[in-house]
Ligand binder design. Sequence first.
Ligand code: PCD
Length: 790
Amino acid sequence: MTTTGVPEQRTIPVGHGSMPRKEDERFVRGHGTYVDDVVLPGMLHGAVLRSPHAHARLVSIDTSAAMAHPKVRAVVTGQTLEGLNLAWMPTLSHDVQAVLATDKVRFQGQEVAFVVAEDRYAARDALELIDVEYEPLPPVVDAHRALDTDAPVIRDDVEGRTDNRVFDWETGDRAATDDVFTRADVVVEQDMLYPRVHPAPLETCGAVADMDAVTGKLTVWTTSQAPHAHRTLYALVAGLPEHKIRVIAPDIGGGFGNKVGIYPGYVCAVVGSILTGKPVKWVEDRSENLMSTSFARDYHMHGEIAASRDGTILGLRVRVLADHGAFNGTAQPSKYPAGFFGVFTGSYDLQAAHCEVTGVYTNKAPGGVAYACSFRITEAVYLVERMVDVLAHDLGLDPARLREHNLLRPSQFPYRSKTGWEYDSGDYPRTLRTALELAHYDDLRAEQHRRRDRGELMGIGVSFFTEAVGAGPRKHMDIAGLGMADGAELRVHPTGKAVLRLSVQTQGQGHETTFAQIVAEELGISPADVDVVHGDTDQTPYGLGTYGSRSTPVSGAATAVVARRVRDKARLVASAMLEVDPGDLEWEKGRFAVRGDPDSARTIAEIALAAHSDLDLPEGVEGHLDASCVYNPPNLTYPFGAYVCVVDVDPDTGQVRVRDFVAVDDCGVRINPMIVEGQIHGGLADGVGMALMQVMAFDEDGNHLGGSFMDYLLPTTMECPSWRLGQTVTPSPHHPIGAKGVGESATVGSPAAVVNAVVDALKPHGVRHLDMPLTPAVVWRAMQGRPLRT
Ligand code: PCD
């Protein structure tokens, strides 16, 4: 008999492989239901008044003219919220954040007041009638400046605070690392910035809150990647009973980490509904999304590699200054203030490593979310992959060969990194080899040689990454005190159709398809017969939601386990049907048959009907065919990959064209290879965007310079090559179907490949490093020997 929970792996795509996505029929026909599609009887509309200043004391707010607007029903200020004890809310990182400002504003775009009106236009008009008097204060825009002893203290709301330090954190062995560095032949170092970027999902954030004054039940339709966690936090913050709150995340138009946290607008919509007794909708516009919701990165890094003269990497030492904005609103497991940056040793076999991260407050929007990066692994991979190229540059070695020389060997797995992470499985050299062959690496180098002689700028960039996704073991990982396990419930109806209930929530990844495929594979039924229910706390088991590519590693595992539990139960029911010992039954996909008598088989549908019938069931077996489980992952999964990027740089304009991109990913067993490839395509486009065109810039007064898609650029098909993908499959040894997460892999691995390629192209100009984004201006200045810093 199968024991549930024990790995039972397959190295093939799970049954039905690249089937089309079930949800797409709804999406392509315009039948999706997003938050803004929710319309309730008597619904009112909210709008947020935002601060024009990056740092200012609030002197007074006069709302009388706004209140006098004929269509306005309520105007909420920080003072109103103070009366309800809701002016401040906890962040996911043990800080507090102002819902509406009470004392000061701390970033441009911060929420100051909330108007509820009969329609969206009236609400927006009334914002202009609110008269706020500010007393401007000097802003702290630069992360380094934040640490100066005379820097203005941003968070003076916290009693006794005298500086702008959020945290100091370190990992690794400092003494052992110092020792390796003193003994090394070569030490290379480099400052680098991973600029502030933004997840910029297609759909902005919003909520419709409906407080039913009679039943006392609050329903919130909202853009949430983590509906259950949001409900618990609403209960804790607002003091409402948790069972009287229902959070529904309907269809979501992209999350990318932007929809993990709770934003002031959501809380204001709830308060607006409580005050007016009507449902209140609040949906932010594009500029609001870009200016005030969670940013990502903003890591100022200094890396050092110690190596021997032949290029053997011995040690890595890193110092980081992390700009967290005005409130520490990052989302990552509590024990990890710098996220999983600790995985910064990457894919290499080295002797010692140490890193220190200092977080600081600045007058910028809060956040620091894991925008497609599993909690700062993007920063870590970028750092080590740039450093390896810098080492190759200084030693005059080929960057691909240098990686090959230093990669972990298959025999080292499971591998315990120098900073304490246990990589579950991998065959790195095979993956790198596959990528180099697919890219025709040696031919590319020869071509580059020829073209350099002609004065042309062609660059080849290689990157290799290891991610840690699927947070995580409850013992080590929680968010806001909630352990990171996820539930799954599976019920097979009497006719053999099934419903799977999940705690995670798709934002476009295709969960309604892939999770149905897992059940289909385990029970031998059609994925079309499995309905996946998610995104509604009244309908689904508890769990922490979708981010950090954790759905497949955690809920995917829960799904396999719960399906196996159903199968175990089906075996017992079948044994009663066939009047044989359960041990005499054999599982053939979709049915149990008596050993040696294949004609005796009973299908899952027949068994399900029997389980609901008057059949005498064996001792201890309750009726019906269902099961539930809570999956506490034993470890993270460690997907990895090798990327090769080829660029041409226009010597006259500095324009970079990505000519070719090869991505070989290993995410263990692929459930739906087509969906996996789609995930990789999306992530690669993201990576090109970050490497070449994106930055959330500010001027010295703290004015946000990227508040629209005219300034904050998204890559289009014009900037992307036709991606060429390859794969290797190294199953995860602890995941029930051997799958690893993949949703963020390409965003993690690709920026370094692009930057490495551009820097490689500019080698004739003596360029050794350039900070992203590599806009034509940055590249052109570098060619003139004048690197431009952002
Ligand atoms: N898969 C398969 N196989 C394997 C893996 C995986 O098939 N091996 C598939 C699944 O199932 C799904 C997908 O694929 O469907 C994914 O998965 P994953 O990796 O697990 O992940 P998830 O959790 O689901 O998701 C998440 C991610 C993230 S995290 C992000 S950013 C992004 C990605 O996802 N986002 C998004 N992708 C995407 N897509 C879309 N469309 N949209 C979106 O929004 Mo964060 O942390 O949040 O930042």
